[in-house]
Write a protein that binds this ligand. Structure first.
Ligand SMILES: Nc1ncnc2c1ncn2[C@@H]1O[C@H](COP(=O)(O)OP(=O)(O)OP(=O)(O)O)[C@@H](O)[C@H]1O
Ligand SMILES: [Mg+2]
Length: 446
């Protein structure tokens, strides 16, 4: 390698450091214009080290640099190359020095390279080469390698030279490519998983609809013979066709009570299946809320009294609502019968009804056994029961709240629960005062 003056070479190294930071800036800002880096006057000296020591240090630095560094004169001939260039391109330095730099440019780009070089000489500044382009260099064995190149002009007494710092970015490109492939693979896998999930969802929906339809028709079929059993059990109990002994009377009572229980269960299943299959119709009428509430309170008063539970209700008089009266009574009954069922003796139940902003809010508050937080969402699922009632056994089937929630939602309302074990439960239902299916005008004209 031929070294000219130590101080001149050191300025090239200063440039190298400078370009590295300029390159970083360009990469982050996305520009290639390093106009402020116009050829600058060189500092008179770059080192306080003695000249011979500086020369050695410069040589060491140049040789240790991980990037290829070449210096090209105005005729386009390589005047300097470091060890990294030899490794990167597979040429010995002897094969490179005083040879045209085009040797390192792929055949296809040589014509253009010549033009670019001429343009650079007319405006020599420190800048990345071919900014925004994917640059390729050619090795001695003819293989192309992706590179990043920074150029900086150097002043000498006998003219300009260009220092090019060449970085082999094959590893980075390969990593980028690998990353792209992994991303594409993940995107494809995700798309396939989504398709499978959609297909499964459609399948589940279909199965659910079939189940609801099956349950609906089966419950319907079961009700007819059950009505016969109940009717004949009642007839037998009335003893119009002859007297029954006490044992026979007890048997008939059992048949009658359990048949009624079965009918209730079948009706619930039928309701739920109809709601789920979208076949349950709501028939809204305008009615006074306190009247409907009074009727439901009358049916739960007796079982509440049997457990010495106080039953209190506050309801605005004259509060009219547009809804399906039978279904709203069912909602109230489910909440109140639960409150009685899950409140121990001497407890209290409070019902509060109030209207605000086009809605009626009904809360049923009890001092009962409460519901653990982790169960509060599941109690609205069909057949979900948390535990025993205050009588120490499970009563009912766990359909009440599932039906209640669906009926409330079908009215355009919402139901929620606040509860803590041992501290009681509060169920709140919010219903629109006017049923969404009924026009406001119709309601006002009534
Ligand atoms: N007020 C309440 N206090 C404590 N637990 C309650 C209360 N209301 C409901 N639950 C819990 O939620 C479960 C589901 O209630 P849901 O009304 O759906 O069923 P059920 O009352 O057990 O049976 P069904 O209503 O079908 O006769 C109950 O089994 C109970 O564990
Ligand atoms: Mg219930």
């Amino acid at each position: 390698m031929t070294y000219r003056g130590v101080s001149q070479k050191l300025t090239t190294l200063v440039d190298y450091a400078h370009m590295a930071s300029a390159e970083k800036g360009a990469a982050s800002s996305g520009t290639d214009n390093l106009g402020s880096e116009e050829t600058r006057p060189r500092p008179a000296t770059t080192s306080a080290i003695s000249p011979s020591l500086s020369e050695q240090r410069f040589e060491d630095l140049l040789e240790a640099a991980p990037d290829g560094i070449i210096e090209v004169d105005q005729d386009g001939n390589i005047q300097l190359a470091n060890a990294a260039v030899e490794r990167m391109f597979g040429y010995t330095r002897a094969e490179l020095l005083n040879r045209p730099v085009d040797l390192l440019v792929p055949q296809a780009s040589r014509g253009m390279h010549h033009t670019h070089r001429a343009a650079y000489w007319s405006h020599p500044v420190t800048r990345p080469m071919g900014s925004g382009l994917e640059l390729l260099a050619e090795r001695k064995d003819g293989k192309s390698i992706p590179v990043e190149i920074s150029l900086s002009p150097t002043h000498y007494k006998d003219g300009f030279r260009v220092t090019a710092i060449i970085r082999d970015i094959s590893a980075r490109r390969a990593a980028d490519q690998k990353l792209r492939e992994i991303q594409e693979l993940h995107t494809r896998q995700l798309a396939t998983a989504n398709e499978q999930l959609e297909a499964r969802n459609r399948e589940v929906e279909r199965a659910n609809r079939l189940k609801s339809e099956f349950l609906a028709s089966m419950s319907h079929e079961l009700r007819t013979p059950l009505h016969t059993i109940i009717g004949f059990a009642e007839l037998l109990g009335e003893q119009l066709e002859g007297p029954l002994n006490s044992k026979q009377q007890r048997f008939v009572e059992h048949i009658h009570r359990d048949s009624l229980h079965l009918l209730e269960l079948i009706n619930d299943i039928l309701d739920l299946s109809k709601i789920e299959a979208g076949h349950l119709e709501i028939h809204p009428t305008a009615f006074e809320f306190s009247m409907a509430l009074g009727e439901v309170l009358a049916t739960v008063r007796h079982p509440a009294l049997a457990k010495s539970i106080s039953l209190e209700s506050v309801c605005e008089n004259g509060l009219n609502i547009e809804a399906d009266r039978v279904r709203i009574k069912e909602v109230l009954y489910n909440l109140l019968s639960n409150a009685v069922k899950f409140t121990p003796e001497h407890g209290a139940i409070r019902v509060k009804v109030g209207a605000a902003a086009g809605h009626v809010e009904i809360s049923v508050d009890d001092s009962g056994i409460g519901i653990p937080a982790e169960e509060q969402a599941s109690i609205f699922d069909a057949f979900h029961q948390v535990g025993a009632t205050t009588r120490g056994v499970r009563e009912g089937t766990g359909l009440g709240l599932a039906i209640t929630k669906r009926l409330v939602e079908q009215h355009g309302g919402k139901i929620s629960v606040e509860s803590a074990p041992g501290r009681g439960s509060k169920f709140t239902v919010t219903l629109p005062l006017r049923n969404a299916a009924v026009k406001v005008k119709d309601f006002e004209e009534r």
